[in-house]
Design a binder for this molecule. Structure first.
Ligand code: ADP
Ligand code: MG
Length: 256
């Protein structure tokens, strides 16, 4: 099932008396549970696309569908709800709250939840995430006492705490040395497999591109390449539908 669908999406920003066409008519589908890299050189429109999927920016033309809903048809309130329930963000610069410790930073998105989990469930879940990202001994520490890699681990756990269907990560390894970056990628891949969360990266980090299930390459605001690799995921992990045998992408590995 496609969890994200972009159809002929365009984004134009005003720039003085002229305008910049950041995205020039982009169409692609993203399947639930995939690990996706939106790649391309600086200025090719990666962040703009990620922000439109994350509903923090709106297309000038075309449509973005999240779980089948056209986002531009939603009210501000519905958008806020969708963003909170369905989407988690990981940023290049970590964006942790400096006065909160590791536990509190991870807990933070849950404070906005109205249908709160029971206190015990919440504690168990946060503890599970802290352990999953390997920060048990750091739970009381503030961000300024952590390394870049540890901060990004906190950000990964925070993005997952609301159990979102989609995590969006904009160049999450760009501020990390390559070894630390690889650790973070491994961690995200593990969370992707364990929680069946769809991860969408804006990145040209080859280590992410190499293990991605789906690579969408942008060039100057258009899709230059759209490759999906199915073979790495066990077929049983995919939802089956009576129509799926008719879809060419389900059988033959790398397909366009
Ligand atoms: P990438 O993430 O691939 O580096 P971006 O999506 O950030 O690319 O930018 C694509 C193009 O849109 C660039 O030319 C950039 O300068 C322009 N752009 C992005 N955001 C804005 C904005 N808010 N106002 C004006 N131009 C923008
Ligand atoms: Mg960018």
């Amino acid at each position: 099932m496609a969890i994200v669908q972009l159809t002929e999406v365009k984004k134009t920003y005003p720039l003085g008396k002229t305008e910049v066409q950041a995205v020039k008519g982009v169409t692609f589908d993203i399947e639930k549970g995939d690990f996706i890299s939106i790649a391309g050189p600086s200025g090719s429109g990666k962040s703009t696309i990620l922000n439109m999927i994350g509903c923090i920016d709106t297309p000038t033309e075309g449509s973005v569908k999240i779980q089948g809903t056209v986002t531009s048809a939603l009210s501000d309130r519905e958008i806020t709800g969708l963003r909170h329930r369905v989407i988690g963000f990981i940023f290049q610069s970590f964006n942790l709250v400096p006065v909160l410790n590791v536990f509190e930073n991870i807990e933070f998105p849950l404070l906005l939840d109205r249908e709160t989990m029971s206190k015990t469930k919440k504690l168990e879940w946060i503890d599970y995430l802290i352990e999953a990202v390997g920060l048990q001994e750091w739970r009381k520490h503030k961000p300024n006492e952590l390394s870049g890699g540890q901060r990004q681990r906190v950000a990964v756990a925070r993005a997952l705490v609301t159990k979102p269907g989609i995590v969006l990560a904009d160049e999450p390894t760009a501020n990390l040395d390559s070894r630390t970056g690889e650790n973070i990628i491994e961690l995200m891949k593990k969370m992707n497999a364990e929680l069946e969360t769809t991860f969408i990266f804006a990145t040209h980090d080859q280590a992410i591109v190499d293990i991605a299930d789906h690579v969408i390459r942008l060039h100057d605001g258009v899709v230059a390449e759209n490759l999906r690799v199915n073979s790495r995921r066990p077929a049983a992990a995919r939802p089956t539908s009576p129509l799926s045998s008719a879809a060419p992408s389900s059988a033959n590995g790398r397909t366009k």
